[in-house]
Design a protein around this ligand. Structure first.
Ligand SMILES: *[C@@H]1O[C@H](CO)[C@@H](O)[C@H](O)[C@H]1NC(C)=O
Length: 374
């Protein structure tokens, strides 16, 4: 069973990475944030003694260990304590990461942040930009799980995309926050000129600063490209048979890329007016009938396929969630791995909870902060 051997070999490698990592702690500090349901009132330990027997809610997270910069990191020009009072994102020494805080995927987002910090040489130099449709309580939650984190929570107004979203094969793909990646150039502070966008169903197992520092050439977007994938299937027959529409790809060699991990040059994006260009395709889909099926991906392909900077495939080992219809177990693609992405309908936390995990889900579990302190 070569597949199984490969996987168990990789699981061992994953455990080794975890054990060797200086910041890894098996038992996080005993501080926890607990809430029996998400009503905007987060309850702290001591406030919820009466509920001690209940199972942890979806919004209960433990506090991660503190992650410190290694020697040789550029010092951010302000101290962590100062930051809490004045969360400026404009320091040029920072690495910027954008991620959404969706109620449904919160556990995944928290694990993703945890994984980034754990593998970064300079975790204190990372600034997280969180986009959410409800900000105050999520800010409290993030602060409680990551007491020293440099971050800002931005309100993403669902009305911004409500009129642009059309129904797709998977309901999860229609959530407004799924479209937040289209608006980073507008939502994030103007001083932020580059950002790594990460989905919520992934873990980073390498230093994210390497991904951040990738050259984008003259492109506004960088992502791993898959030129062997059948590009035709991302658009309907109607799209390809209508020359006026299919002409969108004239003069380029379009290749599929996954929009779950992207590096954005926001300055170039703003100059190029790409948000508007994406919105225009979403309007075509609404107005003229289906030109594609899957949620937020096709408009990105329409604007950027064949125009992105190709990033090493190690930065998006995607598809681990299985296919979109039946969450079946998937293997890794060949090659090195810096990021594991459970795209597809199966999520590791759901499968772990149901005691029917896929072998690779064991690689997500060490980053999970959900539940109460031991
Ligand atoms: C690519 O997908 C389209 C639509 O699903 C299909 O008609 C076509 O045969 C496929 N091409 C290849 C080379 O597999």
């Amino acid at each position: 069973m070569p597949w199984l051997t490969r996987v168990s070999g990789f699981v061992c490698a994953g455990l080794l990475i975890a054990v060797l990592s200086p910041s890894f702690q098996t038992f996080p500090p005993a501080e926890a944030i607990r809430s029996s349901h998400f009503d905007g009132n987060l309850r702290y330990p001591g406030q919820i003694d009466a509920a001690a027997g209940e199972a942890p809610s979806r919004f209960s997270f433990r506090t991660a260990p503190l992650f410190r910069n290694a020697d040789g990191c550029r010092r951010p020009s302000f101290a962590a304590g100062e930051l809490a009072a004045d969360p400026t994102a404009c320091d040029p020494s920072l690495v910027h990461i954008a991620i959404t805080l969706d109620e449904e995927y919160l556990r995944g987002s928290v694990a993703a942040v945890h994984s980034v910090l754990q593998h970064a040489q300079c975790p204190e130099s990372i600034f997280f930009h969180f986009l959410a449709t409800e900000t105050a309580s999520l800010e409290t939650l993030v602060r409680s799980s990551f007491p020293d984190l440099r971050f800002k929570v931005y309100f993403f107004d669902p009305e911004r995309v409500r009129g642009l979203i059309s129904t797709s094969v998977r309901q999860a793909l229609e959530q407004p926050l799924n479209y937040a990646r289209n608006y980073l150039a507008e939502v994030l502070e103007p001083c932020v000129e580059r950002v790594v966008y990460l989905d919520s169903d992934l873990v980073v197992v390498d230093d994210v600063a390497k991904l951040w520092g990738t050259s984008l050439g003259s492109s506004a977007v960088g992502a791993p490209e898959y030129c062997h994938a059948n590009f035709t299937k991302y658009f309907t027959d109607r799209f390809w048979s209508e020359p006026r529409l299919a002409a969108a790809f004239t003069g380029r060699r379009p290749c599929y890329f996954n929009t779950g991990v992207m590096v954005f040059d926001l300055a170039r994006w703003r100059r190029g007016g790409f948000t508007r260009e994406i919105e225009r395709w979403m309007e075509v889909q609404r107005r003229e009938g289906r030109i594609y099926e899957l949620g937020s991906l096709p408009p990105f392909l329409l604007v950027f396929a064949g125009r992105i900077a190709a990033i090493d495939h190690r930065w998006n080992q995607h598809g681990l969630g299985g296919d979109n219809v039946r969450g079946s177990c998937r293997d890794l693609h060949p090659g090195p791995v810096s990021l594991l992405h459970w795209s597809g309908s199966g999520k590791p936390w759901t499968r772990l909870d149901s005691h029917r995990p896929c072998p690779l889900d064991a690689l997500w579990a060490p980053y999970d902060l959900h539940g109460r302190s031991p």
